[in-house]
Design a protein around this ligand. Structure first.
Ligand code: ATP
Ligand code: MG
Length: 469
């Protein structure tokens, strides 16, 4: 993995190109915004505080890649990144999630991220410690009390310990060399069939405490569960396990001990504040056209109002500590086909200074979307059919025809962008999907004629295509 620092805007665009066809402007903007996070962190202090992130709104019709860009960006951001749907939030006071919860979720992501990094860093140490502990069980240190050693050693159930333990002499050197011998055996897997009895942390089954959370109380449940886990400390349980499993269990236990949660937390909070990114999808769903309306409209505008302070910069309380949102980058996106960005409350509009438009997709793009991205539909179906021993081949003409039909159906019924490809494709391969399992080994070539044949009646019948495609 390339470290975040080295991803230049160009690199980011190259990465995005692997999955998203066209939409160069949008890719460019998000790439610059991402890099700006890093640039800001390099600026010396008094000025750095002043540099505010330039939030972005991506606007474009449905099914042209807005959410797709967000998804792929998440993999590249290498900083805490969360994608949320604006439509799922409700105004404070209403039942539902309040907008601050997105910051809390972001912190949670940062915590996991830092913890994973720590785990990677400490893996070697944890494994080494676990190995020592296993060796201690196999060959109890001389100083240990005999009773305890006997207790701990059950490598050969039913066998007399004397048969198994190499003569533990008082001579330390001999002891060491035996230990090394065992270490070699352990590493080469010669002891894999042995069982040892260990005191392992019992997988924690928490008493289930559920609390009806209303907005603002999101963290209540988890903090109460934390409190409970302190009241009921982890239980140790004696268990007989095979050595490889014992190693795994002990490594995990050692890891828990080695990771310093305090420093993980402070690093995670810092990262959230300095480089966190929140992708607000479906922002148009909280825009309302008429102001002063009733019903859901009221609470939507409320959501926008609640969003303001977070986007502007405020402090959110999380169970890990306070998080200042001043430097979190927001990327919003929406189709805005029923309303315009100007329908958002003015204060919110002002906080998204960069607007990028995504363009509708045409036949050429469809052809590329079908074949080029790493997860392209054609590749997906080919792989799926391969599991049935059917070699699925699309002739270039067939792809062309598919794209053309998708465009046609989009025009005739409703414009749903590249999503149309999914429905069209599914329909074309309907027969094959149904009986591929019985076909046995075969090569199945999809030609333009086949595509036409499968789709013709549906495409021609406008009413039918409304339902089927
Ligand atoms: N430019 C593109 N390149 C590759 N695939 C695309 C592109 N646009 C859309 N797709 C495909 O179409 C599907 C829908 O796209 P996406 O979810 O990004 O739509 P959207 O722009 O978020 O629409 P909506 O406004 O309805 O949320 C995706 O799963 C993706 O596979
Ligand atoms: Mg979307």
């Amino acid at each position: 993995m390339i470290p975040a620092q080295s991803l230049t805007p160009k690199d980011i665009v190259v990465e995005l190109n692997k999955f998203i066809i066209g939409q160069a402007d949008a890719k460019r903007s998000v790439a610059i915004a991402l890099r700006n996070r890093w640039r800001r962190r390099q600026v010396p202090d008094p000025l750095r505080e002043e540099i505010a992130p330039k939030n972005i709104i991506m606007i474009g019709p449905t099914g042209v890649g807005k959410t797709e860009i967000a998804r792929r960006l998440a993999g590249l951001a290498q900083s805490p990144f969360i994608k949320v749907e604006a439509s799922k939030f409700t105004e404070v006071g209403y039942v539902g999630r309040d907008v601050e919860s997105m910051v809390r979720d972001l912190v949670e992501i940062a915590i996991n991220m830092v913890k994973e990094e720590e785990k990677e860093r400490l893996q070697g140490v944890a494994e080494a410690n676990a190995e020592e502990r296993i060796l201690d069980v196999l060959l109890p240190p001389v100083a240990a009390k005999p009773a305890a050693t006997m207790d701990a050693f059950h490598a050969y159930p039913g066998a007399n310990a004397d048969d198994v333990l190499p003569a533990v002499s008082e001579n330390g050197k001999e002891m060491d060399s035996t230990r090394e011998k065992f270490r070699d055996m352990l590493r080469s897997g010669k002891l894999d069939d042995r069982e040892v009895e260990l005191d392992l942390d019992e997988s924690r089954s928490m008493p289930m405490v559920e609390i009806m959370t209303s907005s603002g109380m999101e963290d209540m449940q988890s903090s109460i569960q934390d409190a409970f886990s302190k009241i009921f400390p982890k239980k140790k349980k004696k268990r007989k396990v095979k050595i490889p499993d014992a190693l795994k269990g002990l490594t995990a236990e050692e890891m828990e001990r080695l990771i310093d949660m305090d420093s993980v937390t402070s690093e995670a909070l810092k990262r959230t504040e300095e480089s966190g990114i929140i992708f607000l999808d479906e922002i148009d769903k909280v825009a309302s056209r008429s102001s002063g309306g009733h019903g859901p409209e009221v609470s939507r505008e409320g959501v926008q109002r609640d969003l303001l302070p977070i986007v502007e910069g405020s402090t959110v309380t999380t169970k890990y500590g306070m998080v200042k949102t001043d430097h979190i980058l927001f990327i919003a996106s929406g189709a805005f086909h029923l309303c315009k960005p100007s329908d958002l409350i003015p204060e919110l509009q002002g906080r998204f200074p960069i607007r990028v438009e995504l363009t509708p997709l045409g036949k050429e793009e469809f052809v590329r979307i079908l074949t080029e991205p790493e997860s392209a539909l054609v590749k997906q179906y080919t792989a799926m059919m391969a599991t049935e021993n059917v070699e699925l081949v699309f002739e270039p003409d067939a792809i062309d025809e598919l794209a053309a039909i998708a465009v046609e159906v989009n025009e005739r019924t409703e414009e749903i962008g590249a999503r149309r490809l999914h429905t069209v494709m599914e329909r074309v391969l309907d027969e094959l999907s149904f009986d591929a399992s019985e076909r046995g080994e075969e090569r199945f070539v999809v030609t333009a004629e086949y595509v036409k044949k499968q789709l013709q009646d549906v495409v021609e019948n406008r009413d039918l295509s409304r339902f089927i495609l």
